[in-house]
Design a protein around this ligand. Structure first.
Ligand code: GLC
Length: 419
């Protein structure tokens, strides 16, 4: 993986505002792809307005590898990257390295965002990041194929999903051997934690660790959820699903080779783009339930200012701009990034391109957080242990009941006398 540094040339803007006070800000724009380009374009708009320049920084694909790089840089007190994007689960892990934005970003700006996300961006009483976009797991389906096989609506239970997927897969495979029923994030990484949390929560099996820090994973419903997911592998989902992250799943769905996909909202804009084979054929629904309601994992990305950076004031201004309503609207329209600015859910342009922001609003509003607040600096270990346990069930090495019993014991060791 190469981490590219690219400087946006903005000489004309510099000339306008006077180069003497202009600074260059390095901005973490995430992995290469559409998201990186949209981030870069937003930074360019800010640069043009202020006369500064921005160097977008490219990170690896998975949230885990992204975190690894950030932790290394911050442990060395490196100021090379001024503004980082932080996964919603990270403020407890890296928050001490970020500037407190309280009082620096106006309270009226802060009040425009969902209060729960503002709170998730706090660490030790400090506002260490500002919400940029939120994420919630959802079910994508092929409207044309549901119709073709006689279904009038998407599945509402996992059992329904499995039977619909099996029937459609059998039919489509007669002419397309590559066709599969259901793709999701089955690789052992942070994405699997999100998907498996959704299965377990929707079966009534809790959230691994509850908000009080109690380890709750060792229960029959959690075991059942994992056994159910294991039954998909090699039947309605390809065996390779245990190597898929978001982009692998999207690639299969978008090339027309799956009827169902679990993914985040960003996949909507790309699925409806000109080069998508399924443009105009995609429906969006809440994820199915295992009997305890639909559960969408809460994800999302936030922007924080590196306290070791050299241009703190300009960095704060960039964060304020990028997380503000104007920029969030552009990102929602162009990339289906779910705004954190509440008023944008009433914006006609946003809803026209992303009708599911309206229809799934209640699901998104009730999205289930991973237990990062309760487990604090140990969250990463909790998530990794959880991922290992889930993987052991998905690949048939363990039964759900044994896996959750063993996981609870492992987590108790990680917790020790407290999180
Ligand atoms: C998305 C979510 C993020 C999550 C990641 C897992 O990027 O926004 O919160 O950790 O997916 O792959």
């Amino acid at each position: 993986m190469k981490y590219l540094l690219m400087t946006i040339g903005l000489t004309s803007a510099l000339a306008v505002s006077g180069a003497a006070s202009a600074v260059n800000i390095t901005l973490d724009c995430g992995p290469a792809g559409a998201g990186f380009n949209i981030c870069k374009a937003g930074a360019e708009r800010w640069a043009k307005k202020t006369g500064n320049t921005v160097t977008p920084y490219e990170t690896p694909n998975s949230s885990n590898d992204h975190l690894g790089i950030i932790q290394q840089q911050l442990a060395a007190k490196s100021g090379d990257i001024d503004v980082y994007q932080l996964d919603i689960i990270w403020p407890g892990l890296v928050g001490q390295h970020f500037v407190d934005l309280k009082g620096k970003i106006p309270a009226t700006d802060i009040a425009q965002h969902f209060p729960g996300i503002i709170q998730a961006d706090q660490f030790d009483g400090k506002q260490v990041a500002m919400p940029w976009f939120t994420d919630a797991g959802m079910l994508y389906y092929r409207t044309d194929l549901l119709k073709k096989y006689g279904y009038s609506k998407p599945p509402t239970t996992w059992a329904e999903l499995a039977s619909m997927a099996a029937k459609i897969q059998a039919g489509e495979q007669q002419t397309n051997k590559a066709f599969t029923g259901f793709v999701f994030q089955g690789k052992n990484y942070e994405g699997l934690t999100c998907d498996a949390l959704e299965w377990i929560k929707s079966f009534g099996g809790g959230t691994i660790v509850d908000t009080n820090g109690n380890i709750t994973i060792n229960n029959a419903q959690a075991a059942k959820a994992l056994d159910t997911a294991a039954s998909w592998i090699g039947s309605i989902s390809p065996r390779g699903v245990t190597t898929y992250q978001e982009e692998e799943a999207r690639g299969i769905f978008q090339s027309g080779n799956a009827v169902f996909m679990r993914n985040w909202p960003y996949a909507w804009a790309l699925g409806q783009s000109a080069d998508s084979k399924v443009k105009g054929l995609i429906g969006a629904a809440p994820l199915p339930t295992g009997g305890n309601g639909a559960a969408a994992a809460l994800g999302g990305w936030n922007l924080g200012v590196n306290k070791y950076g050299k241009n703190i004031a300009a960095s704060i201004d960039l964060v304020r701009y990028l997380t503000g309503p104007e920029e969030q609207k552009i990102r929602a329209v162009e990339g289906s990034y779910q705004p954190t600015v509440m008023s944008l859910y009433k914006d006609k342009d946003v809803l026209k391109v992303n009708p599911f922001f309206g229809t799934l609003y209640n699901v998104f509003a009730a999205a289930v957080p991973r237990p990062s607040a309760a487990t604090k600096t140990k969250y990463n270990q909790v998530s990794q242990d959880f991922g290992n346990a889930v993987t052991s069930v998905l690949i048939g090495k363990a039964k759900g009941a044994d896996a959750v019993r063993q996981l609870a014991a492992d987590l108790a060791r990680v917790k020790g006398s407290g999180w």
